[in-house]
Design a protein around this ligand. Structure first.
Ligand code: CTP
Ligand code: CA
Length: 224
């Protein structure tokens, strides 16, 4: 019995995870999106469920599938949809992880009819979306809050900046410098930084194993 419980350290706890891309509508048939597959978020959800947690997986459009009695999947499209779904569920979670690739900008006006081809150039004015992770950082009470950072330069400095600015407990820096890592790939190379500026580097691994590493780091910090 004690052994089973120690293998289910998140039993009875709720974990919220954002995953995948957001799509920001331009008109009824077009959108601004990105190449995020959602894989990392889905692997995190499966790992959390295997540790016994009740998981709320809020995902943008993704081909990933999940079938686990402890995972509730909520499908969203835009950053605004994701923001609303997150705030309907953030209250009583123990851990929240933002792995979604949220659009930073969206069209200021969405055309209700298909935009017709006309002039040689077309300008679409964009406005900032809400920062979902930063909004969780503002509200957080006892939640352990984890963000991701995708950087191409000044990686550590930028990731530390995001950790502080968004009031996070931990940030996962995704290194794009390795060819096997990142969007659409099944592998990732990460560095984890916590709020005491402890830094741990990991090697190139499958996203399944990266999810294990991330939860090991979280468990070490919530149980101390
Ligand atoms: N994020 C979010 N809502 C947004 C933008 C980002 O929740 N509107 C989250 C991402 O899910 C990720 C973290 O914030 O966990 C960092 O995202 P990233 O794009 O690396 O950073 P930004 O703050 O958007 O800054 P920039 O893109 O300029 O580097
Ligand atoms: Ca961004």
């Amino acid at each position: 019995e004690a052994d089973i419980i120690s293998r289910l350290p998140l039993r009875g706890k709720k974990v919220l995870i954002t995953a995948g891309p957001t799509y920001e509508a331009i008109d009824p048939v077009r959108f601004i999106g990105n190449h995020s597959s959602g894989k990392m978020g889905f692997e995190l959800a499966k790992r959390a469920a295997n540790l016994g947690a009740k998981v709320i997986l809020i995902t943008g459009v993704s081909n990933e599938k999940v079938n686990h009695s402890l995972i509730e999947r909520i499908d969203v499209v835009s950053a605004d949809d994701m923001y609303n779904a997150v705030h309907q569920n953030f209250d009583n979670v123990a851990i929240a992880i933002a792995s979604a690739a949220v659009a930073d900008y969206r069209p200021k006006e969405v055309s209700s009819v298909k935009i017709k081809k006309k002039d040689d150039s077309l300008n679409i004015e964009l406005e900032k979306t809400k920062d979902i992770l930063a909004s969780m950082g503002k509200l957080k009470k006892n939640q352990f809050l984890v963000g991701f950072a995708l950087e191409t330069n000044n990686e550590l400095e930028n990731a530390k900046g995001k950790l502080a600015r968004k009031n996070l407990d931990m940030i996962v820096l995704n290194s794009l410098q390795d060819k096997g890592a990142g969007f659409k790939k099944s592998t990732n190379k990460i560095t984890i930084i916590d709020s005491s500026e402890n830094i741990s580097e990991f090697g190139l691994k499958s996203k399944v194993d990266v999810a294990k590493d991330i939860f090991n780091e979280i468990l070490n910090r919530i149980h101390e």
